[in-house]
Design a protein around this ligand. Structure first.
Ligand code: TYD
Ligand code: MG
Length: 452
């Protein structure tokens, strides 16, 4: 017998359910289950044939409209080389991280570069935005400003003005009268994004949507519209740290994983052209627990310092506090050190951190994480002119990673003279860095730290 069609779907994660429940067991969200009309049974399901669509050749030559440069190199890079006309870009991030500041600055730059630009704020009154612009020294920029939350009004104005760029701050404050739900709910955010993306494609206006990331689930996060837009950028950083990272997590027009680095100053966001120098600027005397990782972020090499602290745990289960790295990856490396190198971390609290607030996701960071952990545990400082990179497998073997030459070149530029890396790495000799190639983590523990 055929299974009965699922009739209910979660509006947050899309999971299908056989019956209504208060909480979605797939994503844990409350009050998000809504009844769905099974496919083909809705009022529009008729047997009438469509008119068909016009098909073209893949090789058809139409000139792509040129990308627009913002004049902010860090932003242009993350966009894949500038803003594509008619594209829809989502900029997500925690409240207060600096999204409005970044986009007001970007809007001013685009406008000053000759792109007619409209900035719609649903969060602040026009006077507040003007005040911020004045503080940023942008009061004279030819940006047109609107404060409105009704999507219908916004779309009518955009249709009339036909700007080259519209910034919408934020999608969670706009509401569509076609949806019976509160502003910020999943249904509203989806509808608003859908209509604005449709407008972008129809009129060739680039649309940048701001979306707040929320932890409490009171309003829908930007995730629910990620699939609708061409480009998803996340603005990250830590409170109390001035550095901000704009990271492309999806880009239909360029490489994903590209980052732009900014510093929040009293006069807005300043671009950081040389992130490695910045992330390493706080390095003091060589101290146990610090290891410099030669990483790649997008297309650019970036050096960061992985810092570890290992301390006796007074009792109970030991702590594993990890900031800026994947905690799962860290657990794996701790297990490998224990099982393959005979270096136990049981009964020890472990704290790991990436200096400067960067989030490192590359597997190539494994060796730097292991190096920082070993250095902290054995109380042996690594040489101050040493960088590390390489992947650690479950057997404890070190595996080569890509772009070794780029990593080494960047390290050489910043004054590093030696590198610890997996045997078999295609590194060349151009960088002039002395290479210490190792086959497995046990060798690193024994030869570098005299442990194991
Ligand atoms: P904002 O852009 O309003 O954040 P979001 O739109 O992501 O919620 O940024 C708010 C923070 O930025 C606020 O805490 C103050 C700080 N800030 C500066 O440090 N310098 C500046 O020039 C500006 C405009 C803001
Ligand atoms: Mg804001």
């Amino acid at each position: 017998m055929a299974r009965p069609a699922a009739r209910f779907a979660c509006t947050a994660c899309g999971a299908l359910h056989q019956k209504w429940t208060g909480r979605c067991d797939a994503c844990g969200a409350w009050n998000t289950i809504a009844e769905e009309t099974p496919l083909g049974t809705g009022p529009k399901a008729t047997a009438a044939r469509g008119r068909g669509i016009a098909l073209t050749d893949l090789a058809a030559a139409d000139d792509p409209a040129p990308r627009r440069s913002s004049g902010m190199a860090e932003l242009d890079r993350v966009l894949g080389g500038g803003l594509v006309p008619g594209s829809a870009v989502l900029v997500g991030g925690d409240p207060g991280i600096g999204k409005s500041t970044l986009l007001l600055q970007a809007a001013a730059r685009f406008a000053a570069g000759g792109l007619p630009t409209i900035y719609i704020s649903g969060e602040e009154a026009a006077a507040q935005v003007r005040m911020r612009a004045a503080r940023l020294g942008l009061a004279q920029a030819p940006v047109r400003l609107g404060a409105e939350t009704a999507l219908r009004e916004v779309l009518t104005s955009l249709d009339a003005e036909r700007p080259g760029l519209a910034v919408i701050d934020s999608i969670q404050t706009l509401w569509s009268d076609g949806v019976e739900a509160a502003p910020g709910s999943v249904a509203q955010v989806r509808q608003v994004a859908h209509d604005l993306v449709g407008f972008a494609k129809r009129r060739g206006t680039a649309v940048i949507l701001v979306g707040h990331v929320t932890k409490d689930g009171q309003i829908a996060g930007p995730r629910v519209v990620e699939h609708m837009v061409d480009c998803v950028l996340y603005f990250e950083g830590e409170r109390g740290h001035p550095f901000r990272i704009l990271r492309a997590v999806k880009n239909r027009f360029g490489p994903a994983d590209e980052i732009g680095v900014f510093e929040m100053t009293g006069a807005g966001l300043a671009e950081v052209a040389n992130p490695s120098a910045l992330f390493l600027s706080e390095r003091g005397h060589p101290a146990p627990g610090a290891a410099v990782f030669a990483g790649i972020e997008g297309t650019r090499p970036v050096l960061t310092e992985v810092q570890a602290l290992v301390a006796p745990c007074p009792g109970g289960s030991p702590r594993r506090t990890v900031v800026g790295l994947d905690p799962g990856r860290v657990s794996t490396i701790l297990a490998v050190l224990e099982a393959r190198c005979g270096i136990p971390f049981a009964g020890l609290d472990v704290f790991l951190n990436v200096a400067g607030g960067l989030r490192v996701t590359e597997p190539a960071a494994d060796l730097a994480i292991a190096g920082a952990l070993l250095s902290a545990r054995e109380d042996v400082a690594l040489p101050p002119d040493l960088v590390l990179f390489g992947e650690v497998s479950l057997s404890g073997a070190l595996r080569p990673v890509t772009q070794a030459e780029n990593r080494l070149k960047e390290a050489a530029k910043l004054g590093f003279r030696q590198a610890l890396l997996p045997a078999g790495t295609k590194a060349g000799t151009a960088s002039g860095i002395a290479l210490r190639a190792m086959t497995d983590l046990a060798a690193v523990a024994g030869e570098v730290f005299g442990a194991g």
